[in-house]
Design a protein around this ligand. Structure first.
Ligand code: AMP
Ligand code: GLY
Length: 443
C-alpha cells in the first residue's frame, strides 16, 4: 500500500515509524516534510512533500497523483475543517472523523451537550456568547473556576482562574481582545475539578472501540509541574492512575455511552478518539474529547503496539474493527521530550543534534516478547518533530524549533522504562536543549 500521513510533528513521526515496520507499506509520504522519518530497513520507501495540513485541495491532488491507498491525519485542525469529507467525496480512503464528528473537539460546547445528552460525567459548565452575561456570571461564581475558549486554540484555550480578577482578564482576552482568533467568541465557564489526569484512547469505527493503553502526560515545562503549559513535555504509558477499578469505571460510564451516543447521533466516526479525563473524588469526569492521537501520547503508545498498524488503520476505515485482534504489549513506556532553549515562548537558532548514532546500541538484542512485529520494535525510539537537515546531508539533523524530539524507552515497568529513557536522553545533545528530569517519577 501507499500511505499518506498528513502532519509532520512527533505524533505523526511515531505513526509513520509504526507504519514503516509493516511489509505491506510500499511507500509512505509525509507532508509537510519531516526529515526525522526514516525507513527502518534502510530502504527508500519514504517520500516527503511540502503541502500544509490545511491545504485540502492540494492534499487531494497529492493523494491522487501519488496513488495513495490510504491517508491518515495527525492534527485536529484539518479534521475540523472537513478533510475527511473532502477526501471521501473524491473516492479517496482516509482515516478520521468527518467534519460533524470532529466538532466533538472543535467546539467545546458541542462536546458538553453531547456528554449531557448521553450521560457522560463531566464538569458543570455554562456557555456564553454575550460578554455582559458572562461577566455577571463571574460576579456570582465560586473560585477557582475554569474559562475555556469554545473553539480550537492550539491547546492554549483553557485558563484556570483563581479569582474574579484573573477570570475577568481571561474573559476579556477571549471575548474582547480576540486573543484566540475567533475561538473565544463563545466561552465556557466551568467548575474547577481536581485530581490526576488520564488520557484514554481508542481506535474507533463508529461501532467498535478498541482501547489503547492509557497515558498520563506532563503538560508543564519544568520539573515539579512548574512553568508554563506546553504541548506536553513527556508521558508514561500505561498510566499508573488507571487502576483496574478506574478502567472498569471508564468503560461503563464513559466509553459505552460514547459509542451509543455516536450511533444515536449518526456520526461517521472512523478514527482515533481521545478522552481527556480527570479522576476526581466524585469519580471520573471527562474534560474534553480529542478526535485524534495525542502528542506526545502517540510516541508512548506506538512502541507498545503489536499489530501491523496498516491493518488497524484499514479496519478503522472499513468499519471492521470488530474482526481485528488488537494487541499491545503489557510492558511500559516512558517518553521524554527535548525542546529548544526558548520553547514555548519563541524560536531558537538551528543547532546540530549530536549523539543519535549512540541510540542504536540500546536496540541490539531487540525486544523481549514474542510476535514478529514486536521483535522488530526497538527498546529505545527517537521521534522527531522540530528538525531540519544540514545542507546536503540527509543524515545530519538540525534542531529547528519547539519540541524537537521525543525519546521513548520500553521496559518491564515504568521505573525500568524511565531509567532507560533518561539514559538515552543523556546521549543526545543540541545547544540549549531543555527537558524535564521528573517524567514518570512516582512519589
Ligand atoms: P483541555 O484542553 O480541555 O484538556 O484542558 C487542558 C487542561 O486544562 C486539562 O488537561 C486540565 O489540566 C485542565 N482542565 C480542563 N478542564 C478543567 C477543569 N474543569 N478543572 C480543572 N482543570 C481543567
Ligand atoms: N498531549 C495533549 C494533546 O495531544 O492534546
Amino acid at each position: 500500500m501507499k500511505i499518506l500521513v498528513v502532519g509532520n510533528g512527533g505524533r505523526e513521526c511515531a505513526m509513520a515509524n509504526a507504519l514503516l515496520l509493516s511489509p505491506k507499506v510500499k511507500e509512505l509520504c509525509i507532508t509537510p516534510a519531516n526529515w526525522g522519518v526514516r525507513d527502518p530497513f534502510n530502504g527508500d520507501r519514504v517520500r516527503r512533500a511540502d503541502i500544509g495540513a490545511l491545504d485540502t485541495e492540494n492534499l487531494i491532488k497529492l493523494a491522487k497523483d501519488g496513488g495513495s491507498d490510504l491517508t491518515v491525519v495527525g492534527p485536529e485542525a484539518p479534521l475540523a475543517a472537513g478533510i475527511v469529507d473532502a477526501f471521501r467525496e473524491q473516492g479517496l480512503r482516509i482515516v478520521g472523523p468527518d467534519r460533524s464528528a470532529a466538532r466533538l473537539e472543535a467546539e467545546k460546547s458541542f462536546a458538553k451537550d453531547f456528554m449531557l445528552r448521553h450521560g457522560i460525567p463531566t464538569g458543570k459548565s455554562e456557555a456564553f456568547t454575550d460578554h455582559e452575561k458572562a461577566l455577571k456570571h463571574l460576579d456570582a461564581a465560586a473560585y477557582p473556576l475554569v474559562l475555556k475558549a469554545d473553539g480550537l486554540a492550539a491547546g492554549k484555550g483553557v485558563i484556570i482562574c483563581p479569582d474574579r480578577d484573573s477570570a475577568r482578564t481571561a474573559l476579556d482576552q477571549m471575548m474582547i481582545e480576540d486573543k484566540f482568533k475567533g475561538a473565544g467568541k463563545k466561552v465556557l465557564i466551568e467548575e474547577c475539578l481536581a485530581g490526576p489526569e488520564i488520557s484514554f484512547f481508542c481506535f474507533f469505527d463508529g461501532r467498535t472501540a478498541v482501547p489503547m493503553p492509557p497515558v498520563s502526560d506532563y503538560k508543564r515545562l519544568k520539573d515539579g509541574d512548574e512553568g508554563p503549559n506546553t504541548g506536553g513535555m513527556g508521558c508514561m504509558c500505561p498510566s499508573p492512575y488507571a487502576t483496574p477499578e478506574v478502567m472498569a469505571e471508564w468503560r461503563e460510564k464513559v466509553l459505552q455511552p460514547f459509542i451509543k451516543g455516536c450511533r444515536q447521533d449518526g456520526f461517521d466516526y472512523r478514527g482515533v478518539i481521545y478522552f481527556g479525563t480527570m479522576v476526581t473524588e466524585d469519580g471520573l469526569k471527562v474534560l474534553e474529547f480529542n478526535v485524534r492521537m495525542g502528542d506526545p501520547e502517540a510516541q508512548a503508545q506506538m512502541p507498545l503496539m503489536q499489530n501491523d498498524f496498516v491493518d488497524v488503520l484499514a479496519a478503522m476505515e472499513a468499519g471492521t474493527l470488530d474482526a481485528l485482534r488488537a494487541s499491545f504489549s503489557d510492558e511500559a513506556t516512558v517518553t521524554v521530550v527535548m525542546a529548544t532553549a526558548n520553547y514555548p515562548y519563541g524560536s531558537s537558532p538551528p543547532a546540530p543534534i549530536e549523539g543519535l548514532e549512540r541510540i542504536a546500541r540500546f536496540n541490539n538484542g531487540g525486544g523481549s516478547a514474542n510476535g514478529s512485529i514486536f521483535r522488530r520494535l526497538p527498546r529505545v525510539s527517537v521521534f522527531f518533530a522540530g528538525v531540519g537537515r544540514q545542507a546536503d546531508d540527509d543524515e545530519a539533523l538540525l534542531a529547528t524549533g519547539g519540541r524537537v524530539l521525543a525519546v521513548t524507552a520500553r521496559g518491564d515497568d515504568l521505573s525500568a522504562a524511565r531509567r532507560l529513557a533518561y539514559e538515552a536522553v543523556g546521549n543526545i545533545h543540541f545547544e540549549g536543549a531543555q527537558y524535564r528530569t521528573d517524567i514518570a517519577l512516582l512519589r
